[in-house]
Design a protein around this ligand. Sequence first.
Ligand SMILES: [Mg+2]
Length: 386
Amino acid sequence: MKITAVRASWLRAEIPPDRQHTSDFGRNDSFNTCLVEVETDSGHVGLGEAKVGVGNLGHYAGVVETIRAELTPQLLGRDPRDLTAVWEALYSGTRAHYVPATGRAFPVVGRRGVTIAALSGIDIALWDLLGKALGQPVWRLLGGRFRDRIPAYASGGWAPVGGIGAQLRQYVARGHRAVKMRVGLQDRSVDDSAARVREVRETLGPGVGIMVDAHGTWSVREAQRFARKVEDCDLGWLEEPVSPDDVTGLAEVRASTDIPIAAGESEQTRFAFRDLIAARAVDVLQPDPAIAGGLTECVRICALAAAHGLTVAPHLWGSAILFAAGLQLAVATPCVTTLEFTRGENPLLNDLVEERFELVDGHVLAPDRPGLGLTLRRDFARSITV
Ligand SMILES: [Mg+2]
């Protein structure tokens, strides 16, 4: 089998004004991502997703051009089933020929950021292709079915005091057993964030999991103060209390609270996660398959997590392709214990493919279709291509 064409497209789905939310990132007026399609001489087409930002805003012309001009020439004619070889070749660039003899990687400057995002999209598409070629779901190729279903938590929660309890109750009404809300600088103060969390716990009662995400906006002291104020709210995790640039600060926060610390959505490659683990900064790793290096790299990150007694909750704020990739990983991997289900308005999750991710008792079921199990709605994709 040979790769005959690679397509990268910037998808931008407008969000109607009455369904937009506002966070510290700003007004979310559209959902953006890069769709990757890898074609082969066998007729199979693999779908992937490459993301250059953790949220739904962003400018994707750069990653589209990186895939078109830099990576595609290295892919044409290659056998897409050689996933590891392709990954290492794209990661090490012109020095990739050193890898087989030395066993090490040779990243050039720039093998972070857009390049790893581009590689992520290619890698996800190759897993989809391999599954389709073999007539098997990706989880079968990742080691087989470890679980039949996986909990999916609702990710949203921007409303202020007086509305946040009701907002998260809507997610529970839609079938989720755990919810995540935003805190941090988007609120007026640490006290305001704590009051919002308290309202949610009082509204939802003791049976629903509550996680909070500060988007890396607090100082160490603010994060510690927050953790102390909500210590009786039984939080599932505190996500990115401080900037992802401050790993030492993250470890400081973690050492001062028994609320589990989650982080890693903007980290790339196993090397970055190794450093987070070594700093004792996290309890829950959150690689985003469309950012961190694809499913190939997420498998490696999961192995690191398992070896250190940590769990993985992949960051899945993206399209149905990203969600499907996370789902496939979770079906096959013991340390992946929950999935992020976007509850902000997300046309890329709901309209980009024919399939729907139904919740059953708060869980998403393991899909049985080949590859990622998705059928792209090409007309829709074309209609939102920038
Ligand atoms: Mg987050």
